[in-house]
Design a protein around this ligand. Structure first.
Ligand SMILES: O=C[C@H](O)[C@H](O)[C@H](O)COP(=O)(O)O
Length: 284
């Protein structure tokens, strides 16, 4: 049996392999703005991009999805541009024709289903991640193969929900009424203090049964706990006090570009999964 350290090494190598392939296939020296997500996996995307050197990356700007992501970009010697500054720089206004100024967005996920819908927010960053995803021409997901499932909430058991601290208990009660079993306000650190997000909010981790695929909407039956990703996302978003839900479903990059109206959820166009035997599987 492999030791714990050996299996951690295998997982880290799997993540690195997925990221290297994703960068090799999708990164272009012609990019101006690149979105960088949060978490442990996307660090290997930044590593691979930084290795290309300043002659390639020097004129590019990297748009982060939170404080961790900002530090990751800076520490790699790359240039950070926060979303509000990006929108000022590109002159983003109601008449703009380019709704997606970010050329590409790389990020990890907690789970990815067969239709590329994702659970995100295990690191409490899903609000800014969804913002950057909406502003990106395409979202490329990178992960190790443990994250690849047929349906969401198979191995990962809960939906991260970002809430106003004042409204936390209210939202928790509403989630219980929707059928979530024991939604909990997330705590962290040795003293179990409530996790504070980069947006100064709290996170509720709301367990739900395994979700259907969106293509199985004919089986939707919330009273029996049968939700599609789109339906559960839309329903949780309706609860007063919720900022954002860690379900990335619905439309993806090229489809969003055709819309100028507000849309729900932005899922990846492609996912790369590193396996422990050194291979990389793709979806999309
Ligand atoms: O809030 C965190 C993000 O959604 C992460 O992208 C997600 O949790 C995956 O993180 P990791 O790559 O560390 O598994």
């Amino acid at each position: 049996m492999a030791s714990a350290a050996a299996s951690t090494n295998l997982i880290e190598s799997a993540k690195r392999a997925a990221c290297r392939q994703a960068v090799a296939n999708h990164f272009s020296p012609n990019f101006t703005y690149v979105g960088i997500g949060s978490g442990s996996t996307v660090a290997y995307v930044v590593e691979a991009i930084a290795e290309l050197g300043p002659s390639v990356t020097g004129k590019m700007k990297f748009v982060p999805t939170g404080s961790g992501s900002t530090a990751l970009i800076r520490n790699a010697g790359l240039s950070v541009l926060q979303v509000p500054d990006l929108l000022l720089e590109v002159g983003f206004h109601p008449e703009s024709t380019d709704h997606q100024p970010i050329d590409i967005y790389f990020d990890g996920a907690d789970e990815v289903d067969a239709e590329l819908n994702c659970i995100k927010g295990g690191g409490a960053c899903h609000f800014q991640e969804k913002l950057v995803s909406r502003l990106s021409k395409s979202f490329i997901c990178v992960a190790d193969s443990r994250k690849k499932v047929d349906r969401l909430l198979t191995n990962w058991t809960y939906v991260p929900v970002e809430v106003s601290p004042m409204g936390g208990e209210y939202v928790r009660r509403e989630l219980l009424r929707l059928g979530s079993t024991d939604p909990k306000i997330r705590v962290s650190g040795p003293t179990f203090i409530r996790t504070i997000t980069d947006n100064h909010n709290h996170i509720i981790d709301a367990p739900f049964p395994t979700l259907l695929l969106n293509s199985e909407a004919d089986k939707l039956d919330p009273a029996k706990g049968l939700w599609t990703p789109d339906a559960l996302l839309a329903r949780i978003k309706k609860i007063f006090g919720v900022l954002e839900v860690g379900i990335f479903s619905g439309l993806n990059g090229p489809q969003v570009a055709q819309l100028s109206t507000d849309i729900e959820g932005v899922k990846p166009v492609k996912a790369y999964f590193g396996t422990p035997d050194g291979k990389v599987e793709t979806l999309g």
